[in-house]
Ligand binder design. Structure first.
Ligand code: WTA
Length: 685
């Protein structure tokens, strides 16, 4: 972006002085790639008339088509209720059960088909192929345990802190069967991070696993549950029960002792529930299905609340038409179910369509960068879905590996961060063997499913660009004054969506004000209006729209850093640093990284009289890992003599980010302490 003005916000909103969008790389326009005739011939969606069908004048009734992909206990009366903006209610009056839609309805025709291929990280362990029938049995028995042993009922929340194992979708679906709201916390997050989410959601039950594999090591995971319960207690919240799945059934794989009366081994207890069946509860379309916590502009992660009907309809439609999933496909999304991508596109979307979904426990490059292609070859995966970070790592570690294997993908997805055209082209040529279509899907935890993407058999692909809005999604780019920036203007601005859509979150758990203020207030035309047209949704990303209508996403415009496709709040990281007694001030900035896209650099100043040392820097780093998790570990902790500050005392993160990114910090003469800039440059060198 030559002109960064459209991304600058009003004074009150200017909490950070640098955004990802401002350090985004400048890419020239790229040439198009076309989907193959072979792909088009088999695709679920080839009729370009779909965009007419989903035009704004057909809104909201066009979305009936989404809901019609589901089985309903009771059909809805009203497609969309907009009487209380921006709290949209979809498919009002309808009743359904998500678990029924993902399992029971497939049994008549597909009970013997694999629902989940669980691939353990150690390559000498056998892959588990769980059929729909087996999934049905396991989910029912576990649902009975949750209901009868834990006393859980519709509307209760439970926190899950499970790794990438089949027990995670089993647990989610068992909750969905009962109408219990699951809140899965990414297993790589710390016990403290798990506690914060359990407290916010008031979960009395925590479900975890004793251990799991990561980069060749069996990690003790249960110890995090002990920390989580203790930390929750400090915040005045009691977790009554910890349910522990065993990574190896019948064997306890954690050295951590069980706590009498609190900890229960699920695999032992399940024997009591053998053969039990639980009726799938017919639930209102607008009842919550799950919470997914994500980082925002303040320190506290927010629980995005997703509905049963709207969400499930949205992920099912997009799985069918954007992922092009057919029931006979073997689909592998190499994300973690602990993030929204895994919820929507490992579990709910593919299973609602009766596909076979791969759950891989470990890291893509373990034991070597050929691993994903061996898995794909063995399982005959034909749809593959991953993040730019994983693609960059596989390209770095094994650029020629894919050619050694006989896998064939018809379709590939990228999600989570902008992908550089050169990386996209390697993905296309080497991983996709020039045969696979690629969709670059842009969306967020809040959105439930894809917002922008090409429709694979209709549009040409353009490396580095997500594409237009998907059918039914009408994006718009606004500048700071709320003026629309037209396609081809060459200017970047804030990407928003003009209309509500069924997959969107319903609110932030226990924080409706934040929901309104953060996403809708900025461009709302009239706060009193009952007309949805006055309430565009603001995503918080900078974007440009090319003349062909394709959107290119530049990155976050707010205090969020997207590390390896995972959102981290700068405030969360900074408050973790401030826990270290020696630290007076902390400022975190995003730094461009060849593999992870962005990584955090942390600048700290110490309390008076203290000297910088490696030891303090180490302590700060450790505090961040224990508060949030290894994913937030800063690349560098730089202890500075003073923070660059404005005369009013505000830390100038923009200057720090420029230094970390080896860019020119620009004119610093107006700072209160301009002399400190050169000193910091010296330290970072
Ligand atoms: C970024 C992940 C560019 C964006 C599904 C967004 C992307 C944030 C893309 C949401 C993409 C996601 N191209 N950037 N295709 N997809 N992003 O909530 O900044 O973990 O706001 O959801 O990731 O991250 P989240």
């Amino acid at each position: 972006m030559s002109d960064d003005k459209p991304l600058r916000r009003s004074k009150e909103e200017q909490t950070a002085d640098i955004s990802e969008a401002q350090i985004a790389v400048h890419w020239p326009e790229e040439d198009y790639f076309s989907p193959s005739a072979k792909f088009i011939a088999q695709a679920n969606l080839t009729d370009a008339g779909v965009f007419e069908r989903f035009s704004l004048d057909r809104f909201p009734e066009c979305f009936r088509e989404f809901a019609d992909l589901l089985d309903w206990n009771q059909r809805w009366e009203k497609t969309l209720d907009t009487s209380n903006p921006p709290f949209w209610r979809w498919f009002v009056g309808g009743k359904l059960n998500a678990c029924f839609n993902c399992i029971d309805r497939h049994l008549a025709r597909h009970k013997n088909k694999t629902a989940i291929h669980f691939v353990p990280e150690p390559e000498n362990e056998t892959v588990h192929h769980i059929t729909y029938q087996e999934l049905f049995v396991r989910v029912n028995e576990f649902a009975a345990l949750l209901r009868d042993f834990c006393g859980l009922k519709t509307g209760d929340r439970v926190t899950l802190h499970l790794p990438m194992v089949a027990e995670l979708p089993i647990t989610m679906l068992a909750c969905a069967r009962l109408g219990v709201i699951h809140s899965q916390v990414f297993s790589g997050f710390s016990g403290k991070a798990c506690a914060d989410r359990a407290v916010d959601s008031e979960s009395r039950v925590l479900i975890t696993m004793d251990a799991y594999y990561r980069v060749g090591k069996l990690l003790d995971h249960k110890e995090k549950a002990d920390i989580a319960v203790a930390e929750a207690a400090k915040e005045g919240h009691k977790v009554h029960k910890v349910l522990i799945w065993q990574r190896y059934p019948g064997k306890h794989s954690s050295p951590t002792k069980l706590v009498e009366g609190r900890d229960v081994i699920v695999n032992d207890l399940l024997k009591k529930y053998r053969g039990k069946r639980v009726e799938p509860a017919p639930l209102p379309a607008e009842a919550p299905l799950f919470l997914m916590y994500t980082s925002g502009t303040t320190g506290k992660p927010k629980g995005c609340q997703h509905s049963i009907g709207g969400y499930l309809a949205y992920v099912t439609w997009t799985s069918k038409y954007i992922q092009d999933i057919h029931p006979e496909d073997v689909y592998w999304c190499m994300a973690d179910i602990g993030w929204i991508t895994g919820h929507s596109y490992i579990v709910y979307g593919p299973l609602a369509l009766g596909a076979s979904s791969v759950v891989y426990e470990g890291v893509p490059t373990h034991p070597d960068a050929g691993r994903p292609w061996r898995i794909a070859e063995d399982l005959d995966v034909n749809i593959f879905h991953t993040s730019p970070t994983a693609i960059r790592a596989l390209r770095r570690d094994g650029p020629d590996e894919p050619a050694k294997y006989h896998h064939h993908f018809k379709h590939m997805t990228t999600v989570g961060e902008p992908i550089e055209p050169v990386v996209w082209k390697w993905y296309h040529k080497m991983v996709g063997k020039g045969e696979a279509v690629i969709v670059d899907t842009w969306w967020q935890t809040e959105n439930g499913g894809f917002l922008c993407s090409t429709v694979p058999a209709i549009h040409k692909m353009k490396p580095g660009s997500a594409g237009p809005g998907i059918p039914g999604i009408h994006p718009v780019i606004y500048d700071d004054e709320g003026k629309e920036l037209p396609a081809g203007s060459g200017k970047a601005g804030n990407i928003c969506i003009r209309n509500p859509w069924p997959g969107s979150f319903q609110t932030i758990w226990k924080d409706a004000d934040r929901y309104v203020n953060q996403y809708y207030a900025r461009y709302c035309k009239d706060r009193k209006s009952k007309d949805w047209r006055d309430w565009p949704y603001m995503a918080g990303d900078g974007a440009v729209q090319a003349a062909d209508g394709y959107y290119r996403i530049l990155g976050r415009i707010d205090d969020v850093i997207n590390v390896a496709g995972h959102r981290l709040g700068t405030k969360e990281i900074e408050s973790a640093a401030l826990i270290v007694a020696e630290v007076a001030e902390a400022a975190v900035v995003p730094v461009a990284d060849p593999i992870k896209g962005k990584v955090p650099d942390l600048y700290v100043s110490l309390k008076p009289g203290l000297k910088a040392s490696k030891e303090i820097a180490g302590k700060v780093s450790a505090a961040i890992v224990s508060e949030i998790g290894a994913i937030a570990r800063p690349r560098e902790v730089v202890i500075v003599p003073d923070m660059p500050k404005t005369r009013s005392g505000k830390i100038m993160r923009r200057v720090l980010a420029a230094i970390s990114n080896r860019q020119d910090p620009g004119d610093v003469s107006t700072l209160a302490n301009p002399e400190v800039v050169d000193k910091i440059k010296e330290l970072v060198k």
